[in-house]
Design a binder for this molecule. Structure first.
Ligand code: TPP
Ligand code: MG
Length: 429
């Protein structure tokens, strides 16, 4: 009989202690850096990896029964805007529930990726962009796509690979965008690759004499890639208006965030790029919006990129096929109490009294009716004709001339002082 080995444990940190510092002698000074932290609650728990023979599981311990924080008052959002963001979040969630049903009915061709628990981050971030600015969403940012003007009908048809979908049925998941009207770059599955692409969009705008905000996202797992460093460093040295949301949802597939990095907070990475780092509670739409708004303003001033870490939890598995059994139940329970939609609803109805019960019921009924109409349309629409398989995705070869949009650079890139940067911004207005 094989000898049963003692389970090995490995600690994964969610609220780390400072790493050991090298000893310093007389005359050695230390430097401090500032990370803005908007949160009203700083979760403190530890994930332990337990290896028992061939199996691995995780246990969580720490402060898991703290009071749920309130929504932070926004410095910028009006009542109307808060209600609008709430509506996008609700549409995001209910559309994903509809997609899950369509999948279970066998109508979805590929997989389905969910942003459950992350709706505030997707919707309130994209809401901070102006229509002429650019977005590069990742697979969980379906809420951002809705805010940018894609309809639930587009997204449902895409997942069902229908002829009328944004990719005419040639892709059956999230790889679609619209660079003509909506200024959305299609998600790139290779994690981190959207960052240099969006930096390039900002550079393109700069070459036309405009400073714009461009926004993209990377996960706690994806931020470990080399291209994340290359893209963000490039944006930093060129003062490009990149707003990077690092969506720390605690898991990258089945790897806990704490086994991806040694820093306490991913926002600290900003220090190494020489750009501002900000932490928000990703389940609080007002915090997400305020941080995004300030970062977009900075981008428009030509002052360069911002890294915003949004802390939250992936409330489902990686995709529909993953039951997420490796996630300790207590962690799900903790974050369920911090549900972004339930808390925002309470804020609008009970704290601010910006919505009456009747107004809220009407808003929910409108969202349901829109989804039902879109679902019916998407289900009834045809699959692509087989003979169209060799055609183009966005257009047909030779159907239009691609005109270069570049102009002569109006300012030189490279390192510049804050004063020069401010001057450059004025020059570019
Ligand atoms: C460079 C690269 N490595 C690995 C993968 C496979 N992969 C796809 S999603 C994923 C996990 C991503 O986790 P995270 O970045 O935390 O994003 P989340 O899924 O939590 O939103 C992995 C490893 C990939 N697509 N690209
Ligand atoms: Mg993740």
């Amino acid at each position: 009989m094989a000898k049963k080995s003692k389970p090995k444990t490995k600690r994964a940190r969610t609220n780390h202690k400072s790493p050991a510092r090298p000893a310093g002698g007389a005359g050695v000074s230390t430097r401090t850096y500032t990370i803005l932290d908007y949160r009203l609650e700083k979760p403190s728990f530890e994930l332990r990896q337990i290896r028992d023979g061939e199996t691995v599981r995780y246990e969580v311990s720490g402060t898991l029964n703290g009071a749920v924080p309130p929504i932070r008052e926004s410095r910028y959002l009006s009542k109307r805007q808060c209600v609008e963001i709430y509506r996008w979040m609700l549409l995001n969630r209910k559309m994903e529930a509809a997609l899950e049903n369509l999948y279970k009915q066998g109508k979805v061709v590929g997989g389905v990726y969910f942003g459950l628990g992350q709706e505030a981050c997707s919707c309130a971030s994209a809401y901070a962009l102006k229509p002429e600015e650019w977005l590069g969403p990742m697979i969980r940012n379906q809420g951002s796509l809705l805010v940018r003007g894609f309809s639930p009908r587009d997204i449902m048809m895409q997942y069902m690979a229908k002829a009328g979908s944004p990719t005419k049925g040639r892709d059956a998941s999230s790889h679609f965008g619209d660079i003509q009207q909506k200024h959305v770059v299609a998600p790139i599955s290779t994690l981190g690759d959207l960052i240099p692409v969006l930096a390039g969009v900002a550079l393109g705008a700069r070459l036309q004499g405009k400073n714009i905000a461009v926004m993209t996202y990377i996960g706690d797992g994806g931020q470990s890639t080399g291209v994340t460093y290359e893209g963000l460093n490039f944006a930093a040295v060129q003062n490009l208006g990149l707003v990077l949301f690092v969506e720390n949802n605690l898991w990258g597939y089945s790897t806990p965030a704490d086994m991806q990095f040694r820093v306490d907070d991913l926002a600290e990475r900003a220090i190494a790029y020489g750009i501002p780092g900000v932490i928000v509670d990703g389940t609080d739409a007002c915090q997400v919006y305020d941080a995004a708004h300030e970062a977009c303003d900075r981008a428009r001033r030509g002052a360069g990129p911002t890294l915003i870490e949004a802390k939250m939890m992936r409330m489902k598995g990686h995709a529909i096929h993953d039951a997420a059994e490796y996630v300790p139940k207590a962690l799900f329970e903790y974050w369920k109490k911090r549900d972004p939609i339930a808390r925002f609803e309470n804020y609008l109805l009970n704290v601010k009294k910006w919505l009456t019960r009747a107004e809220h019921e009407k808003l929910v009924a409108d969202v349901d009716a829109q989804l039902e109409a879109d679902r019916e349309f998407a289900v009834a629409s045809p699959l692509p004709a087989p003979e169209s398989a060799a055609g183009g995705t966005y257009c047909e070869p030779g159907c239009h001339e691609i005109k270069p949009k570049f102009g002569v650079p109006k300012v030189s890139g490279g390192k510049s002082s804050p004063t020069q940067r401010a001057e450059a911004a004025v020059h570019l207005k």
